[in-house]
Design a protein around this ligand. Structure first.
Ligand SMILES: NC(=O)c1ccc[n+]([C@@H]2O[C@H](COP(=O)([O-])OP(=O)(O)OC[C@H]3O[C@@H](n4cnc5c(N)ncnc54)[C@H](O)[C@@H]3O)[C@@H](O)[C@H]2O)c1
Ligand SMILES: [Zn+2]
Length: 407
């Protein structure tokens, strides 16, 4: 069933021709002995292949079955799964895992399973695992190139469908990024009008080593804080929609990468808001950790101090935000992970998902069986793992999917 062509290992099976066996593939194939209808509607098979090291095959197989069990338990009726006997090939073995799911769930499940398996493979086999993932639908109607499919420029799924998922969910956890605040006049970093898109050198301001090393950079940073758009910004319809979600009793947690405080200003309960990257509303001494309200320090800058030192120890101060090179608050990160793992829907809004560990929360949620929904104007790396990707402006899309009254 496999043959070699140059560096690539290819399947001989005509239905699988063209797939590279050095990667794991999820494909839709003929049902091959599994029942086509369980009396509950049409079922379809999804096949997964992994070419792995013989030493790790059983660990991987067991972990795959456990993981699929978690992911499929909410897909009633779930037709079962089966692991074919491993086939030896070169120094490795080919595992084939076949699952049977309701036909109308295939489209949603395939990317979810692909993503879940990919993260699991890395966990079981380590970061250097040879087996990596790709989803390769074999259906004829899908003729887009893999690049086009990954990019999904126009998104996937409908707001009404997502609204129904949210309406029937007990717990929704939300992860927001700079994109939810652009409609309030705060530019993001990487969007078309982003601070870093327009001036790539501005990234230096977010690097802790550069900040500590250069008093000139610190003075520049204080001027930027003084004129930060957050002081004038007001929450927008996107922020308000998430307040509505909380009042509907569905919000498990609102995890944000933003530092602008606009979720709390909109009315989200401070105890539900997990500020992964801290807040610009406070200032912290990098030496002794003494914290003060930012406006107190900005008053000193307004009065002429160029780089106001800590009032307690004289140390260098900075906004209480996480710079590149600094760690996140472990308590906040732990709470965020727990919330990602405890939800039915993980709703990701206005983030390029280029910053970790924030982006890894998507993987945590998927692994725990949540539906991932992404609302973002531009493609992200997690789009293919999402059950829906909505591209419209956040201020329009969020009220529609959480059922908030028009504001
Ligand atoms: N408001 C803030 O607090 C703020 C602003 C800039 C940066 N940051 C910080 O910078 C980092 C940036 O990472 P990030 O992923 O949050 O932001 P990012 O700039 O990397 O990505 C923002 C994404 O939002 C999308 N977007 C922007 N406006 C949108 C709209 N109206 N509708 C739909 N999509 C829209 C953009 O296309 C982009 O993909 C974070 O760590 C954050 O702490 C915070
Ligand atoms: Zn100090």
């Amino acid at each position: 069933m496999l043959h070699r062509e140059g560096e690539a290992l290819l399947f001989e099976d005509p239905e699988l021709a063209g797939l590279h066996a050095a990667t794991i593939h999820i494909v839709r194939v003929a049902l091959d002995g599994l029942p086509r209808d369980l009396g509950t509607g049409p079922m379809e098979g999804i096949d997964m292949y992994a070419l792995v090291d013989p030493d790790s095959q059983w660990a991987l197989a067991q972990a795959s079955l456990d993981l699929l069990g978690t992911h499929l338990s909410d897909t009633a009726p779930f037709g079962g799964m089966r692991l074919s006997p491993p086939v030896a090939f070169d120094s490795r073995v080919l595992l084939r895992l076949q699952v049977l799911v309701p036909a109308d769930a295939v489209g949603e499940l395939r990317p979810r399973l692909a993503f879940a398996l990919e993260t699991m493979v890395r966990e079981v086999l380590g970061p250097d695992a040879l087996a990596v993932f790709s989803t390769e639908p074999t259906d004829d109607e899908d003729e887009a190139s893999p690049e086009d499919r990954d990019a999904e420029p126009s998104g996937r799924g409908h707001p009404e469908e997502v609204a129904a998922w949210i309406a029937s969910a007990d717990q929704v956890t939300v992860l927001t990024g700079a994109g939810i605040s652009t409609e309030s006049g705060i530019p993001d970093f990487r969007g078309p009008n982003g601070v870093w898109t327009k001036d790539p050198s501005a990234v230096r301001l977010a690097d802790i080593d550069s900040y500590l090393a250069s008093s000139e950079l610190r003075q520049q940073a204080w001027q930027e804080r003084l004129h930060h758009p957050a002081w004038e910004a007001r929450p927008n319809a996107g922020h308000r929609a998430l307040v509505h979600l909380e009042r509907a009793g569905k919000l498990r947690a609102l995890i944000t990468q933003n530092i602008d405080g606009l979720h709390q200003a909109a009315g989200s309960s401070p105890e539900r808001v997990l500020e992964l990257h801290g807040t610009i509303h406070r200032c912290r001494c990098l030496e002794c950790g003494y914290e003060t309200p930012m406006q107190e320090q900005l008053d000193r800058v307004r009065a002429g101090e160029l780089d106001p030192p800590c009032a307690r120890c004289g140390g260098i101060q900075r906004s209480a935000t996480v710079a590149f090179g600094q760690s996140l608050d472990p308590t906040v990160l732990r709470a965020a992970r727990a919330a990602a793992e405890a939800c039915d829907v993980f709703l990701v809004v206005g983030t390029s998902l280029r910053v970790s560990p924030a982006s890894h929360l998507c993987a945590d949620a998927l692994r725990a069986g949540a539906r991932l929904v992404i609302v973002n104007a531009e493609p992200t790396e997690y789009d293919r793992a999402a059950a829906a990707v909505l591209r419209g402006p956040i201020g329009d899309v969020l009220p529609a999917i959480v059922g908030a009254p028009p504001s």
